[in-house]
Design a protein around this ligand. Sequence first.
Ligand code: MG
Length: 310
Amino acid sequence: MEQLLNKIKGAIYGQAVGDALGLGTEGMTDEDMAWKYPSGITHYGDIFQDRHRKRWKIGDWTDDTDMMLCIANAVIEDKGVNLTTIARNFKEWALGEPMGIGENTFKVLMMGDYVDNPLGVSEKVWKKSHCQSAANGGLMRTSIVGLFPKAVEQCAADICRLTHYDPRCVGSCVIVSELIHALVYDKQCPSYHQMLELGRKYDDRIGEYIDLSRNGDIRALELQDDDTVGYTLKTLAAGLWAYWHAKSFEEGLLEVVHAGGDADTNAAVACAILGAKYGFNAIPSEYTNGLIYKEQLDSVISGIYDIICK
Ligand SMILES: [Mg+2]
């Protein structure tokens, strides 16, 4: 039981740590980072205070972890998964004018009838994009679904579709949630081929990015590429890259953060996976203790743990 709790805490804290440090290089290229972080970025206190970043306090996380908490708190309230409660929490959060909310997420959540018909609204917004929009806003918050004791695939798909209807978004949420679930519950992790198969169930375009993540050099992922920053399959590749290649939590965190692009989201996903893999005790305490709202994480961890152990 102690090991289970260590893994649960690892996934939740991992996500928040990646999100909070990743804010430091969000939207940056190598040139930006060379100028703003001549000796790299390793601590929240290093975060360059430009117009974008100074809106957050040092040690705060962004929308990625906010939305993960919306899901977690709904599940704790209902002692199970009720999509309406999750949609209500998303809406309430969006009405608070949160910083860093994604464009697609904002469009969906701001529709007047969202809470009554979240899946219908989400599908409509996706179709309006000519079925092109496939941002990483579903994937960035899916770590919590991996902690559910059962029905992970269905829950990951349903909760993703609440705002992100594209099958590439759904498939990436399923893969990451299933991987985190296997790591936390000490089950056989999906192999490379099983991941490909799982991806193919949702969309043929997913496999290429699983392939890409097997490459040892994170630069092969081209995370700073303007046309694909924020694309769900890029973030999936970053997360899987960390899973295959990072030898420790900290190594994976710093590699993904220094890769720039949509770094807060890429690191939130990668570090949730690494936290589930290596456990909370493997995360350097300066990162966990430096999170200024960590009581919110602790409360969700104990709530989720109670549900699992009942
Ligand atoms: Mg963010």
